[in-house]
Design a protein around this ligand. Structure first.
Ligand code: GDP
Length: 369
């Protein structure tokens, strides 16, 4: 019977009555050996960790819980949306526990960019945000770049402690964790993970060979990232999956760029100069005159200016303005969180206005590239 059966993945007692409760397996599935609960079955066969997205309060509770443990915290951020995906005030939550910062998606930057330059830039940003890190590692979970360094850093800093993995949604946390599980056999020397994670309190726990765990926490939802506000059907277009080919525009003052219909960039004042857009190449960019911009948007949003498509328009907050003055002789980037950034190497200075859906973080920063 199912009564004394335990899941060979996570060890919970198997039950066949309620799909919503822990340990559920369809009765028919139990004819096969070894017995797996549905959750472990999914993780094993679809190589996919599905975690429910809790609300912000629950997430903060989980984070604060980490502060009461002795553990290593692995914070994954997305290089494509660094400021948007950094957890603000992480130390308030995780207390004195050491933090390894894993900067993911480095495969998206154009090939010619020097890794040390990125690392220096990240170090500077981290300092400005008041985050103290035991180590910073750059990687691409998807393209398997730098993954061995991630494993080394985790193994090196955890001692004999548990490891909590934290991050915003869409930073590649699942991809990285799946790689940790999937590649476990090659990593034996560093970190032995089990291919059968279990779950406790909605946290996915991957057993390590010393009885400790790597604990995956739910992705935190930041409403200031365009990727959270955007129509889910547009995510594929917004999240680049190949190295970004920057799009360079020579603009005169009073010219405008539309990024689909999701955002708009006005060069309001300054000498003719170039603006380099680092965004998903699946997102069409339209150039127009500033004086034509309002009308163009009103007439063509959802069509020529898409994504979002017409059906999705109502769900997107209205565009609001952010004005910036780029100083003379500076090399800056204007980040639109979740969309990408526009690089401005300005000899003569520039006045710009960015229009982005209300709530989306827009900021000027020192240039990464
Ligand atoms: P999670 O929400 O943090 O668990 O993120 P996922 O692992 O589901 O990844 C979110 C999106 O980012 C997916 O479209 C992934 O394919 C993509 N992704 C994850 N890691 C990388 C990476 O290293 N490089 C690139 N280019 N995309 C990645």
């Amino acid at each position: 019977t199912a009564d004394d059966l335990r899941c060979s993945g996570c060890g919970v007692p198997i039950q066949t009555e309620s799909p919503d409760r822990l340990g559920y397996a369809p009765a028919a599935a139990l004819k096969k050996e070894p017995a797996l609960c549905q959750r472990c079955f999914r993780i094993k066969h679809y190589n996919e960790i599905s975690s429910v997205t809790p609300n912000q309060d629950d997430f903060l509770k989980i984070l604060s819980g980490i502060g009461r443990t002795e553990s290593l915290v692995v914070h994954i951020v997305d290089l494509f949306d660094f400021e948007g995906s950094l957890i603000n005030g992480l130390h308030r939550f995780v207390g004195h526990n050491p933090v390894v910062l894993v900067v993911n998606k480095i495969d998206l930057l154009p090939k010619a960019i020097n890794v040390n330059r990125i690392l220096n830039w990240v170090q500077k940003q981290v300092k400005e945000h008041g985050l103290k890190t035991a180590e910073i590692v750059l990687c691409s979970a998807k393209k398997n770049i730098g993954f061995d360094r991630v494993v080394e850093a985790i193994a090196g800093h955890r001692g004999t402690k548990d490891v909590y993995v934290v991050g915003a949604t869409n930073v590649g946390k699942s991809t990285l964790i799946n790689r940790l599980i999937g590649d476990y056999s090659d990593l034996e020397a560093e970190l032995t993970t089990s291919p059968y994670p279990g779950t406790t309190l909605d946290l996915v726990q991957i057993p390590l060979d010393d009885g400790r765990h790597i604990i995956d926490t739910p992705g935190i939802v930041y409403a200031h990232r365009l990727t959270e506000l955007a129509d889910k059907r547009d995510l594929q277009k917004l999240l680049p999956d190949k190295p970004i080919k920057p799009a360079v525009f020579q603009l005169n003052e009073k010219q405008t760029l539309f990024f689909g219909g999701y955002a708009r960039f006005d060069f309001t004042q300054g000498a003719r100069q170039s603006f380099t857009c680092y965004m998903s190449n699946a997102l069409p960019i339209h150039r127009t005159k500033l004086e034509r911009a309002e009308e163009l948007y009103a007439e063509h949003k959802g069509e020529m200016l898409s994504p979002p498509a017409k059906e999705g328009l109502d769900a997107i907050p209205p565009l609001t303005k952010h004005a910036f003055r780029i100083p003379k002789g500076s090399s800056s980037e204007v980040l639109i969180s979740g969309l990408g950034w526009i690089a401005i190497n300005s000899d003569a200075g520039a006045q710009i206005v960015v229009h982005a859906p209300k709530g989306v973080k827009v900021a000027v920063r020192d240039s990464l590239i």
